[in-house]
Design a protein around this ligand. Structure first.
Ligand code: FAD
Length: 457
């Protein structure tokens, strides 16, 4: 790295907000993928003017600049593929303003999702987006990846809550998009363009989010079916209800088997060919009515096990079983190819049966679970990293599954983004003309291609 640039950063931010020693940089060289790329320098801005000046210095020295929240991404988004500068948002972690009349909150990008949730919950409010990483991922990272979790089936994902953004473009300019107005159709919707842009179009410095009132109560149902078709039809019936579930998580036979050998409980059974964890939320009265309605419908489809949680302890055990899926997979291998495909809901069964066939063809264990109501399947191809032939078979299996996903009208990624992990597969879904539109959009915001280069395409 150019020592002059490091010196200029130190003058701009002070020495204690610039890291350039190898052992310090190492901590910013990885995320939740198995890839590693070393940055040349890491900087910690405190406000938008500093970010703007950082980008302008990167332009002066023609150096890439990559935003980083908590580094929990599953697609390599925060990795400095071409070296350069990592901008860590960890010091920009303040909740700036709550506007209770309009029900909006404005935060800095480094605020942790869980901290925002608790801040709002104390006031009786609710910020729904709930990636499983909510206890450690940042709102900036959530916006860049358009993260979502189990509550998406009723409440949507991050994009449904972002009202306005302040961001710094690849020219170093500060721009504001969106507004707190409920209706806003003035020109192109740049706010939504930014959501899910994987840190490639600009660096967010302020984020204004919508919030809701806290639901008064919730209740969980655990239900399983031996007949996968019955399970599918039962779930579809629940999705058609006026008060649809606020969570509709599923586990296929392979993940049921995996959890069964790992998670022991006297309270609940993990069995069957298709299992759902269902949540009802709302007022106490609504929850009581919904649970009765859900149970009645589920019983019509001959479940092998149906359990409604009555206590906080029972709810805890059910959610522990859900959380046990990932650790339970370790017995299948020490290398996981984790794909978060999303398909139209009526293609889920077809996809699962296709994946079962691929698992046999390539002789690799594949375990599936996920968010039924969003058609979002976490497809986990489990491999032994020292077995080169198996890893090769796993990669082929991944290709086949992504190809089939594209053919089924689905998305290569429902939550984690394309980043480095799936960019070579974009051609399965999009032709050159479409990809050029994406590249041209990038050029408008980042003409010199210095913001997170080498991602998505
Ligand atoms: C155990 C685990 C569970 C997970 N579960 C889920 C899940 O259920 N659902 C889900 O959607 N994801 C999940 N993820 C993935 C990950 O947590 C999310 O993508 C999350 O939003 C990343 O946030 P982060 O703060 O770690 O961002 P990082 O990983 O640091 O960065 C992610 C992207 O955001 C960009 N970025 C960060 N801050 C900014 C900013 N201020 N301006 C512009 N770009 C920025 C980065 O450049 C990068 O491209 C999980 C990850 C782990 C490790």
């Amino acid at each position: 790295m150019n020592q002059k640039l490091i010196k200029e950063f130190e003058e701009l931010l002070g020495k204690n907000r610039v890291l350039s020693e190898a052992e310090e940089l190492l901590c910013y060289s990885y995320d939740a993928t198995s890839k590693e790329f070393m940055p040349d320098v890491v900087v910690f801005p405190l406000n938008s003017n500093e970010i703007s000046n950082i980008v302008k210095l990167c332009l002066k020295y023609n150096t890439p600049v990559v935003g980083r929240g908590s580094g929990s991404g599953f697609s390599g988004g925060s990795l400095p593929l071409k070296g350069g500068v990592v901008v860590s948002f960890t010091k920009m972690n303040h909740i700036l303003e709550i506007d209770e009349e309009n029900m909006f909150v404005t935060v800095e990008p480094g605020v942790i999702n869980a901290d925002l949730k608790s801040y709002l919950a104390e006031k009786g409010y609710f910020y729904p987006p709930d990636p499983a990483s909510y206890e450690f991922s940042t709102i900036g990272g959530n916006v860049a990846e358009c993260s979502g979790g189990p509550s998406a089936v009723k409440y949507g994902v991050t994009k449904d809550y972002v009202a306005a953004l302040e961001l710094i473009t690849g020219d170093g300019e500060i721009i504001n998009t969106g507004s707190k107005s409920v209706k806003d159709v003035s020109g192109y919707n740049l706010t939504q363009l930014m959501v899910g842009s994987e840190g490639t179009l600009g660096l967010f410095s302020k984020i204004t989010l919508k919030f809701l009132s806290n639901p008064e109560a919730n209740s969980l149902i655990l239900v399983s079916f031996d007949d996968i078709g019955n399970g599918f039809n039962a779930a579809i019936s629940l999705l058609k209800l006026r008060n649809r579930p606020s969570m509709l998580e599923f586990m296929d036979k392979s993940s049921i088997e995996s959890v069964k050998s790992y998670f022991k409980s006297d309270i609940i059974k993990i069995e069957g060919a298709f299992l759902f964890i269902i949540e009802a939320d709302g007022s106490r009265l609504e929850v009581g009515e919904s649970v009765a309605e859900y149970e009645k419908i589920l019983k019509e489809f001959s479940p092998v096990f149906l359990f409604s949680s009555g206590s906080e302890e029972e709810k805890r055990v059910i959610m522990e079983a859900r959380k046990a899926i990932s650790p339970s997979l370790r017995k299948y291998g020490d290398l996981k190819i984790n794909n978060d495909i999303a398909v139209p809901i009526n293609k889920i069964i077809e996809m699962l049966s296709f994946i079962e066939g691929i698992s046999k063809t390539y002789n690799v264990p594949i375990i599936n679970f996920g968010h039924f109501g969003d058609g979002n399947i976490h497809v986990n191809i489990m491999l032994n990293k020292d077995d080169a032939d198996m890893v090769k078979r796993g990669e082929k299996a991944k290709f086949e599954i992504l190809k089939k996903t594209a053919e089924a009208g689905g998305s290569l990624s429902g939550e984690h983004g394309i980043g480095l992990e799936k960019k070579e597969f974009m051609k399965l879904k999009y032709n050159d003309y479409y990809m050029n539109i994406l590249k041209n959009i990038k050029k408008v915001f980042d003409p010199r291609n210095i913001i997170n280069p080498g991602k998505i395409f």
